[in-house]
Design a binder for this molecule. Structure first.
Ligand code: ATP
Ligand code: MG
Ligand code: MG
Length: 429
């Protein structure tokens, strides 16, 4: 793809926008762009430089993304809504053409990497709650204040606000910027990822434990599994990747969302709105808590991926109401007129809380409470799904089994947050 119309090849030390930004190391890439950590000589901080492929369709897509990112930045001057911030934009001409470039705030690893590094075991529920609050705050802003639908919400598109962001103190964290192109090739120094650092620590600890155990057992021992050690890490995160986002009143694509996070109304072509992001949000929350994707449809003998997907949804959530099942432009491809799937006739129902207990070994109460939070988001009727704003009020997000005492007027109210029940016991006078 590094040819005419494609990616722009970058080397460490390359400068952009008349010398303002200096490339430090590659952070990632996607279908449309490469993303580089760059040093901003004007603000003396680090930024992420997204350099779009140059062909017209990519330039067009970048203009769309910039329009949306600009609206996001304008509506949130204090940058407190947990959505990626556009700092600057410019054009860069190279051997492969003219590339639109977006300067974004520099963030850390994606939640997908967090899940991977946690060995696909799922994060502690308190961590999941914390992350959910940030995502929901971002979604509420996009939906209610801007009228935007993200349309591609998934763990990969949520990035941690790295706590060792080198922009805070590059020198102290040993990440002084590279200001000119170095001799030969170096594997860029700046911006070691938070998780990389944690992982190294964890590996060191595991090795220490192995040798300890070997010693105590006379040399024989099994390799211990590293613990989940995200203790004390602030898992603030932000929603990113607005390349597919759209205004609710100006939709252009029928097929949206990444397969596993796709809502039923999108498969059935019944039209979609903000609530379609809420479906993807719920899939994401499940994945954070279990380490596995909730729906992984596959085609099979005589049926396609879409029909399998619908079957998986109904096995978990029950039968789709007939008016929903038969109401979409594509309904006839999958459902008969009674609202039963045409090719997959026998469904094995298993409710979400049971899946959490049986497959993921959740305690019964954890499973029930988490399921009560998620299941309404999986309503087949999009209009019935709670909004991001309503979700933020849900007791599950505020149920860290804490006992707080508050004095309110004449009554002393003891809030006993017993999971979902969030009992408010009036101890009063
Ligand atoms: P896609 O095919 O997913 O639409 P894309 O070309 O639009 O890709 P992005 O998804 O925006 O590109 O970015 C590609 C990768 O670069 C991300 O997955 C992430 O690893 C990294 N990245 C993007 N933005 C940032 C950022 N602000 N800070 C740090 N890393 C980032
Ligand atoms: Mg992406
Ligand atoms: Mg994109």
């Amino acid at each position: 793809s590094y040819r005419k119309g494609g990616y722009h090849a970058v080397r460490v030390g390359d400068s952009f926008a008349g010398g303002r930004y200096i490339a430090q190391r590659k952070l990632g890439w996607g279908q449309f762009s490469t993303v580089w950590l760059a040093y901003d000589t004007q603000s003396s901080g680090y930024v992420a430089l997204k350099i779009q492929k140059s062909a017209p369709q990519f330039a067009q897509a970048a203009l769309h993304e910039i329009e949306i990112l600009s609206a996001i930045a304008e509506g949130d001057p204090s940058n407190s809504k947990y959505v990626i911030r556009l700092i600057d934009q410019f054009k860069h001409t190279g051997p492969n053409g003219q590339h639109l470039c977006m300067v974004l705030e520099f963030l850390g690893d994606s939640l997908l990497r967090l899940i991977k590094y946690n060995r696909y075991k799922g994060l502690e529920l308190n961590k999941v709650r914390e992350i959910c609050k940030y995502i929901l705050t971002g979604l509420d802003y996009l939906h209610r204040e801007l009228g935007l639908i993200h349309t591609d919400l998934k763990p990969e598109n949520i990035l941690l606000c790295s706590t060792i962001n080198p922009s805070k103190d590059p020198i102290k964290s040993g990440t002084a910027p590279i200001l000119e192109r170095p001799e030969g090739n170096i594997n860029g120094g700046a911006g070691i990822s938070l998780i990389e650092k944690k992982l190294k620590q964890r590996a060191r600890r595991a090795v220490a434990r192995i040798s300890e155990r070997r010693a105590s057992m006379g040399g024989i021992g099994t390799v211990p599994k590293p613990d989940r050690c995200l203790d004390g890490i602030d898992l603030r995160c932000k929603v990113v990747d607005f390349g597919n986002a759209c205004w609710a009143d100006k939709q252009f694509a029928d097929e949206i969302q990444t397969r596993q996070y796709r809502a039923p109304e999108v498969i059935l072509r019944s039209g979609y709105s903000f609530s379609t992001d809420m479906w993807s949000f719920a899939c994401t929350a499940f994945e954070l808590a279990t380490g596995e994707m909730l729906f992984t449809p596959k085609d099979g003998q005589g049926f396609g991926e879409d029909e399998d997907h619908l079957a998986l949804m109904m096995e978990l959530l029950g039968k789709m109401p007939k008016k929903i099942a038969t109401g979409g432009a594509r309904s006839k491809d999958y459902f008969d007129r009674y609202g039963d799937l045409k090719r997959i006739r026998r469904l094995k129902y298993c409710a979400l809380d049971r899946v959490l207990v049986d497959k993921y070994k959740f305690s019964k109460s954890d499973a029930q409470e988490f399921a009560q939070f998620l299941v309404p988001l999986f309503d087949f009727e999009p209009e019935k799904r709670p909004t991001a704003e309503q979700c933020l009020q849900h007791p599950w997000l505020n149920s860290e089994n804490l006992i707080q005492n508050e004095v309110q007027g004449e009554h002393s109210i003891e809030k006993v947050n017993v999971g979902m029940r969030n009992l408010q016991i009036k101890v009063g006078k």
